[in-house]
Design a binder for this molecule. Structure first.
Ligand code: PLP
Length: 395
């Protein structure tokens, strides 16, 4: 059965993900699951918080008539109002239910926003290292991704580099904080600087340039840090997020997008977003999950558990000689590859039954990603294998 040439190309470009998965399966069969240290997937190993289970049980025993029917494409008013209340508090701005569309995860929200704003050939700046799906999502809607490196030592925003990449075709910049794959949080000063630079660029090119703030890890922040609300700093901004990570619900596909109430033309944008949610075939976000997350806007999984895992890996791996930025949030580490070729390094790690993702998968060769949303016991069991790997690479 023929498939589109473009899709065939995309599949072959991301085929190492499949290879990694197959290799993991093979190693598990040979050595037993206990003895394979799989750090490849950002799939939380925790269960959703107690409040979720309670609400779930309540809804199951006392169903609401009509609760499985179609609804407004934007989602239930009650859910959007609950989301808006928290965003209004964080931003100090009058965010209302009318600024929120419930979506099928953050991935769904990104596609809704990109479909709404992009004309063919318009450019979207993505910051290296980036979540690889951005490129495919931008392409879905006829846009062109433009890669701009963050600071290579700190992974913080390189605002002069972003400014230099802006053209009269730039429509958006996607940021992600806490970041996948680096775990860094962009501080207030950087976001302020970004907002000021973009306001100048909007004037220069006489067009609105959006910041799309992808924040599924926003509640997973460590050491008392918090993620500044983008609406405070960038007028043309949109938040896309989900409860895949903070409530450990990735399989349930529940998230939202919210627009800055101060943005010029926000009413038209919201009309477009609701329409896009419909015609992308999502129609609306899952009804049952909307009812549940309406009650859970202030809940999250145990963040302390992730911080402990970060410390366990960061302290041990840096002591072995691996170099990396200490993450402020999310559940990833992005160390420098001890070998110049990160793909070779990842293959070598497989010999020690450690499964990793090469930096090349994030547009950043020379690094590798560890996803530590895994069982703590597995992290502890993996340490001797890491030690051997470090020795073998001459650290
Ligand atoms: N954005 C980033 C940075 C992610 O890491 C992920 C998932 O890993 C997503 C978006 C997609 O999230 P969701 O599963 O809610 O669609």
């Amino acid at each position: 059965m023929p498939i589109a040439t473009k899709i065939a190309g995309h599949i072959s470009k991301s085929s190492w993900i499949r290879k990694m998965f197959e290799e993991g399966e093979r190693l598990r069969q040979v050595h037993g699951a206990e003895n394979v240290y799989d750090f490849t997937l950002g799939n939380p190993d925790t269960e959703p918080p107690r409040e979720f289970q309670e609400e779930f049980a309540r809804l199951a025993t006392r169903p609401i008539p009509g609760m499985h029917r179609y609804m407004n494409n934007a989602g239930y008013l009650e859910t959007r109002a609950a989301v808006a209340e928290v965003l209004a508090e964080a931003s100090g701005l009058p965010v209302g239910a009318e600024h929120v569309v419930m979506t099928c995860g953050a991935g769904g929200a990104l596609n809704v926003v990109l479909k709404t704003i992009l004309n063919p050939g318009e450019e979207v700046i993505i910051l290296t290292p980036y979540f690889v799906e951005y490129k495919f999502y931008i392409d879905n809607h006829g846009g062109v991704p433009k890669e701009v490196w963050t600071n290579r030592e700190t992974f913080q925003l390189n605002i002069p580099a972003i400014e230099a990449a802006i053209t009269n075709k730039t429509r958006a910049v996607i940021i992600c904080s806490p970041n996948n794959p680096t775990g860094v949080i962009y501080p207030e000063e950087s976001l302020k600087e970004l907002g000021e630079m973009l306001a100048r660029a909007e004037q220069r090119y006489d067009r609105q340039i959006y910041v799309i703030s992808d924040e599924p890890y926003a509640r997973i922040a460590f050491d008392g840090k918090h993620v500044p609300n983008i609406f405070r700093y960038v007028e043309s901004s949109v938040i896309v997020t989900s409860h895949s990570k903070d409530l450990a619900l990735p399989g349930e596909r529940i998230g939202y997008m919210a627009a800055n109430p101060r943005a010029r033309g926000v009413e038209q944008f919201m009309e477009g977003a609701v329409f896009s949610n419909r015609v992308l075939g999502y129609v609306n976000a899952p009804a049952l999950m909307q009812r549940l997350v309406a009650k859970l806007q202030r809940a999250s999984v145990d963040i302390g558990e992730y911080q402990t895992k970060r410390d366990l890996l960061y302290d041990n791996l840096t002591a072995m000689g691996f170099e990396m930025v200490r993450p402020d949030g999310a559940f990833y580490l992005f160390p420098k590859s001890p070998l110049a070729d990160d793909v070779e390094f990842v293959k070598l790690a497989q010999k020690h039954r450690i499964l990793l993702v090469p930096g090349a998968g994030f547009g950043a060769p020379g690094f590798f990603r560890i996803a530590y949303c895994v069982d703590r016991g597995m992290i502890e069991r993996s340490l001797p294998a890491w030690r051997k790997l470090a020795q073998e690479t001459g650290l």
